[in-house]
Design a protein around this ligand. Structure first.
Ligand SMILES: [Zn+2]
Length: 269
């Protein structure tokens, strides 16, 4: 029997973004431009007896890119969805900055470029952000697990004392992580060149906003190392003992990336 008949395969495109952060703090830190729970590390529970194998889920990557999209659209004078779906307070005070509409309000009649990619409650996003799961680097030496990335994770001890005494009224740790991370964004539909360009430029802009908490105090600095658009063929099959094998074949699409970055913003030349 030919091997290929045993496989189940799917072909899709994805963006792979390598970033490096010297320090990104977590928690409910206000992001630039609003109160956003921008990044959280979640203890993922699985600790085995031998080693501390706590895993953390880095949240807030989608929100980070979302804000970068708003920022670049604003700079080009292109109206897009705001992250908020409320237009005014109960007292009728306008909440939306100029050049934004409430999230999803453009759909379906005049769907904006951000909504086409990110969706809203009215339509699901065509960008699937793979969960970024990290584990403490020191505990992951020599191990190679797909989908899990090793970075430095630590806790900054904070101790607040009651004034003029040594009595601690608050003792808490602030988590941070540091190191290199890879973000994978799967494209669930084919993007137009313009949409691809908009997404790429938003990613390029994102470091200007910073990631996570304490952005104004030096946290959340991010450096982009590499961006690649890939065509992926993912196959899965099982051997005669039922062991499932997964394989990914990738091809980089540099030309398509270049065409995308030229297609947005549209010039009216
Ligand atoms: Zn919109």
């Amino acid at each position: 029997m030919k091997e290929c008949t045993m496989k189940v395969s799917r072909k899709f495109k994805r963006l792979v973004v390598k970033i490096e952060t010297p320090i990104t703090k977590t928690g409910n830190g206000p992001a630039v431009g609003g109160k956003i729970n921008n990044l959280l590390l979640l203890g993922n529970g699985s600790e085995n007896s031998k080693k501390n194998r706590k895993r953390y889920l880095v949240k807030g990557i989608r929100g980070w890119i979302n804000h970068a999209m708003m920022a670049i659209a604003k700079r080009e004078g292109v109206e897009v969805c705001h992250t908020s779906d409320k237009t005014e307070t109960q007292k009728g005070v306008n909440l939306l900055p100029e050049r934004f509409h409430a999230n999803g309000k453009c759909y379906p009649e005049k769907e904006c470029i951000k909504h086409r990619l990110m969706g809203s409650i009215k339509k699901r996003s065509i960008l699937k952000f793979e969960p970024v799961i990290i584990v403490l680097e020191a505990n992951n030496k020599g191990k190679k697990e797909s989908n899990i990335q090793s970075v430095h994770v630590a806790t900054e001890r904070r101790n607040a004392l009651k004034s003029e005494t040594k009595i601690s009224i608050q003792d808490f740790g602030e988590r941070y992580f540091s190191g290199e991370l890879t973000i994978k964004i799967e494209l669930l539909e084919e993007l137009t060149r313009e949409e691809l360009g908009f997404l790429l430029k938003a990613i390029l802009f994102a470091p200007e906003l910073g990631l996570g908490a304490s952005v104004n105090n030096g946290g959340g600095r991010v450096q982009l190392k590499q961006i690649a658009l890939q065509e992926v063929v993912r196959s899965r099959w099982f051997d005669k003992n039922g062991k499932v094998v997964e394989e990914e074949k990738t091809r980089n699409l540099w030309k398509e990336m270049e065409e995308g970055t030229k297609a947005w913003p549209k010039t009216n030349a």
